[in-house]
Design a protein around this ligand. Structure first.
Ligand SMILES: Cc1ncc(COP(=O)(O)O)c(C=O)c1O
Length: 456
């Protein structure tokens, strides 16, 4: 009998994501490359998890963080504000454009904390304006808004929620346009059915009898569905319904914000003005834990002129060293014009090159769809192109492709469940904006080989 009390000395002291998988120790990063302790080089084709935008190992960021830490490492936000927080908040509001003029920014340590903050802000806003019955937050199925329980309650990612369901408060989840597998079997790229999906939101708001405080949406789907771009007029209709129904619109741009889709924020592609916008990941490009909640003037004024205090806080909100990192990242993005690089609609841009190279993968037997915008793309796999039949989930096809890619020194982000939460395999591709045309060509060639190798 094995002794269950014996200490397994080979086990890491770190609680890693998996006890089964082996994780190479990463020791260095530069540009689009990462190296492990054995000296193996990897091309970071997914920007880790759509995090890195400016490239790894940019010395200016380390210098800005070090200078801030030497001057002032931390103060508590109940006692002080800091110059770096005030100046960076103003810069971000300007970056966000007219819609956030007169608004304000709340800084956190990442996406989930920012989503929690946004949910509570929405509730407090409704309280301040006398809509005390409004507390529900509607979200979309097949979405992901974070791993904390509040963020998980508004997420639609089946696998990430499943075992925690008894612990989360459930509100309505509405369907979402996913043109490759459109529920309406459309033939016009969802031009018409975008409206049907928007109407479903209106019905859910109506069914909740004035209890809805907010609707949260990823303007372009992140990892769960894989870079699904909404059809024309869908987001505009959603925004109009929210406005008309007294429901706040929260744009979750944790993945899509800060230039990733070729605009400052993805909502700009459709001219949509959210009441609250949440961002993280690219905000600090991974150099420090950082998230931000951008609050429109309407919401900020309601609290400022109402109770006067936001009933929420984390010890580490507005951490000066993280803010110094984020601010330096913004400077680098602007100085190196990385937004132009990430604009797939601009001829000859890095993002346009990425799009056309990825499109060539459509010729590969197991590739069903290639979709995305800017520097956020997804490749969806199918067992049968004609019927769009997905691979059996047990096959872990996306995981097998990712493993075959890693063997070749290429990092991608595999996901399962895009079809119905369980079936469906896809990869997320979101490289740093400093990737070159040669590196893209190499990465797509290796990815094609990895898909062929994984195909049964
Ligand atoms: C759209 C979206 N929202 C929220 C989150 C949660 O962010 P974090 O992992 O930084 O807590 C993620 C993470 O992938 C995300 O993609």
């Amino acid at each position: 009998m094995p002794d269950s009390t014996a200490v397994d000395r080979s086990r890491s002291a770190l609680l890693r994501r998996s006890f089964r998988k082996t994780f190479p120790p990463a020791v260095r990063g530069e540009g689009v490359y990462l190296w492990d302790a054995r000296g193996k080089q990897y091309l970071d084709f997914s920007g880790s998890a759509a995090v890195n935008f400016i490239g790894h190992g940019v010395p200016e960021i380390a210098e800005a963080m070090s200078a801030q830490a030497k001057r002032l490492e931390f103060v508590h936000s109940s006692q002080f504000t800091t110059p770096v927080a005030e100046e960076y908040a103003a810069e971000l509001l300007e970056f966000a454009g007219d819609n956030f003029e007169g608004g304000c920014v709340y800084f956190t340590c990442g996406g989930s904390e920012s989503v929690e903050t946004a949910l509570k802000l929405a509730r407090q806003f409704q309280m301040e304006i006398g809509q005390t019955q409004r507390y529900q937050v509607i979200s979309r199925g097949q979405s992901y808004h974070g791993s904390t329980l509040g963020a998980l309650s508004v997420s639609g990612n089946k696998r990430r929620r499943e075992i925690y369901l008894p612990m989360v408060r459930e509100f309505a989840h509405v369907a979402f346009p996913y043109c490759y597998r459109c529920a309406f079997d459309c033939t016009d790229s969802c031009r018409r059915c975008g409206q049907e999906y928007a109407a479903e939101l209106e019905k859910a708001i109506e069914d909740a009898n004035d209890a809805v405080a907010a609707f949260i949406v990823e303007p372009v789907s992140g990892a769960t569905l894989g870079a699904v771009v909404p059809p024309p007029d869908y987001l505009q209709s959603v925004a109009e319904i929210c406005r008309r129904r007294g429901v706040l619109l929260i744009a979750d741009e944790v993945m899509t914000g800060m230039g990733r889709t070729g605009r400052n924020f993805a909502v700009a592609h459709w001219g949509v003005a959210p009441d609250i916008l949440v961002t993280a990941k690219g905000l600090s490009s991974g150099y420090a834990p950082l998230g931000a909640v951008l609050v429109s003037k309407k919401v900020a004024d309601a609290i400022a002129e109402g109770s006067g205090a936001f009933l929420h806080g984390f010890t580490y909100n507005s951490h000066p060293v993280s803010l110094a990192a984020g601010r330096a990242v913004l400077r680098i993005m602007q100085a190196r014009e990385l937004l132009r690089t990430a604009d797939s609609e601009r001829q000859g841009s890095t993002a346009a090159i990425l799009r056309s190279k990825l499109e060539t993968l459509r010729e590969v037997k197991a590739v069903g769809d290639v979709r995305g915008i800017g520097l956020l793309w997804s490749v969806e796999f199918v067992a049968d192109k004609a019927t769009k039949q997905p691979f059996a989930p047990e096959l872990n096809f996306a995981g097998r492709v990712a493993e075959a890619a890693v063997e070749r020194g290429l990092l991608v982000y595999p996901m399962q469940g895009c079809v119905n939460g369980v079936e469906g395999d896809h990869l997320l591709i979101a490289p740093p904006a400093v990737i070159t045309a040669e590196q893209i060509a190499w990465a797509v060639e290796k990815l094609g080989e990895a898909i062929e190798e994984a195909t049964p």
